[in-house]
Design a protein around this ligand. Structure first.
Ligand code: HEC
Length: 217
């Protein structure tokens, strides 16, 4: 009898702890995305650039290679589709979707910045006259407020390169006329000769990083 009571108290406590955690992760997901570091299905994406002298300078990911393989591309698109969950408090992604706090992003890949009809962009975004494409989206989504100073997009950015590349793959996959894939970067050629970079990935990270945290629902 007293066992039963203890159990139900424990149950209530557990439920409230879970409730608190649920709220916490939802808020974190919007403002401080903290996604699993481990890709699971692919080796970490190596950043190009960073000469032998001097500190590693982060270069752009090799989109021409990453998106060329149809299987890998499909996996990235699927991962990106989950990844944009954190954008959905402000953006819609389907064709003809309504603007929210931010503009609809269905055709953003290939569209010039601040040209979505009917949305009132910040002055800063109007002055950012780029076409949203591989490198421009990659830079912006890494750190929106650093790339477009004064942007109204209140979002910290996606620091994890794999997650960011996956979001780009998804945005490209839904766009009606995305720009053509760039040519693969020449610097990446020697690595590509090795079988899919799997060996390099294993050697570079002897222990897997933090265990994957469950994705926010
Ligand atoms: C808190 C709300 C919010 C979140 C979360 C958010 N955005 Fe935005 N986003 C905005 C706003 C507002 C703008 C317009 C910015 C301006 O005018 O300066 C914008 C603009 C953009 C633009 C430029 C659109 C254009 O037509 O020029 C892109 C691309 C974009 N967001 C992508 C994303 C992606 C991808 C995510 C999720 C990873 C995301 N945003 C998360 C609010 C948000």
């Amino acid at each position: 009898m007293s066992d039963l009571k203890v159990n139900s108290i424990a149950g209530v406590l557990l439920a409230s702890v879970l409730g608190v955690m649920g709220v916490g992760t939802a808020a974190d997901a919007v403002f401080h995305p903290h996604w699993p570091e481990k890709a699971g299905f692919m080796p970490e994406i190596a950043e190009a650039g960073g000469g032998p002298s001097g500190p590693a300078q982060e270069g752009p990911p090799d989109f021409g290679r990453l998106f060329a393989d149809p299987v890998q591309y499909a996996e990235l698109v699927a991962r990106g589709e989950r990844g944009v969950g954190v954008c959905k408090s402000c953006h819609t992604f389907q064709a003809g979707g309504a603007d929210g706090i931010g503009p609809n992003l269905h055709d953003v890949f290939g569209r010039r910045a601040a040209t979505h009809p009917g949305f009132s962009f910040s002055q800063a975004m109007h002055e950012h006259t780029v076409v949203w494409s591989y490198d421009t989206l990659n830079e912006y989504l890494r750190s929106p407020s650093q790339v477009v100073r004064g942007t109204r997009m209140a979002f910290a950015g996606i620091r994890n390169t794999n997650d960011r590349v996956a979001v780009l793959a998804y945005l490209r996959s839904i766009a009606p006329s995305p720009p053509a894939l760039p040519a693969p970067l020449p610097e990446a050629a020697p690595a590509a000769a090795a079988p899919a970079g799997a060996a390099a990935g294993a050697a570079a990270s002897p222990a897997p990083a933090t265990p994957a945290t469950p994705a926010p629902h």
